[in-house]
Design a protein around this ligand. Structure first.
Ligand SMILES: [Zn+2]
Length: 209
């Protein structure tokens, strides 16, 4: 009811072409259907398996990520679930697996107002029935990775993460980010999980940059 009222006042515009009516128009949905889920596009240290919905070269996926990252977007839930469905179909993890979003630093989260990785995690949770837990926190404020070279990204992120609010480490984790590029952020998070006894780490993102 609330969503339909919002949609009436602010009708959704396709993130791909701007057409009014849905966040992804039929053309954008068809383009997404042709994009395959990618398993292990790169090796990431400490990570057992990497699953991404598709390439950042797939325009609707890239536009979806940008919309998610830079705009506060209330209508995202249903669209994200539909986009992530094919990825979830390829997911094979134990039932007690916990979903862990890559955390933002508290300061950046305040500036932005939300953590896009948490929004993706919640969509994954609804699709899988697995719970989301804030096991990690970002203890150091870092330069955004997108502004840095591959080498700089690795050093920029070292020591950035530590244990979060939740104190019990699970055996299996889905580590969630919006985009995986060099994998240095995911690797740094996964290293902290490994040090604390997490045995199975699956990294998930919407797109491979
Ligand atoms: Zn469109």
């Amino acid at each position: 009811m609330f969503t339909s009222m919002i949609n009436f006042i602010f009708p959704p515009l396709c993130v791909h072409c701007g057409t009014e009516g849905a966040w992804l128009c039929n053309t954008a949905q068809q383009e997404l259907k042709r994009e395959n889920v990618i398993t292990n596009p790169i090796d990431i240290k400490h990570v057992d398996c990497v699953l991404v919905r598709g390439s950042y070269d797939c325009a609707p996926l890239a536009q979806l990520v940008q919309k998610l990252k830079y705009h506060y977007w209330t209508g995202v839930s249903d669209t994200l679930e539909a986009v992530l469905q094919p990825l979830v179909a390829e997911l094979h993890v134990p039932k007690d697996t916990v979903i862990v979003p890559v955390p933002l630093h508290a300061r950046r989260q305040r500036e932005r107002g939300f953590n896009q990785s948490l929004i993706i995690s919640k969509a994954l949770s609804r699709l899988t029935g697995l719970r989301v837990a804030n096991i990690l926190q970002r203890q150091r404020y870092t330069t955004p990775q997108a502004h840095l070279s591959a080498v700089e990204r690795t050093t920029n992120i070292i020591g950035a993460f530590s244990q979060g609010a939740e104190k019990k480490w699970p055996k299996s984790v889905l580590l969630v980010d919006d985009v995986i590029t060099t994998g240095s952020t995911i690797s740094e998070c996964a290293g902290v999980l490994r040090q604390n006894g997490v045995q199975k780490i699956t990294a998930i993102a919407i797109a491979k940059g």
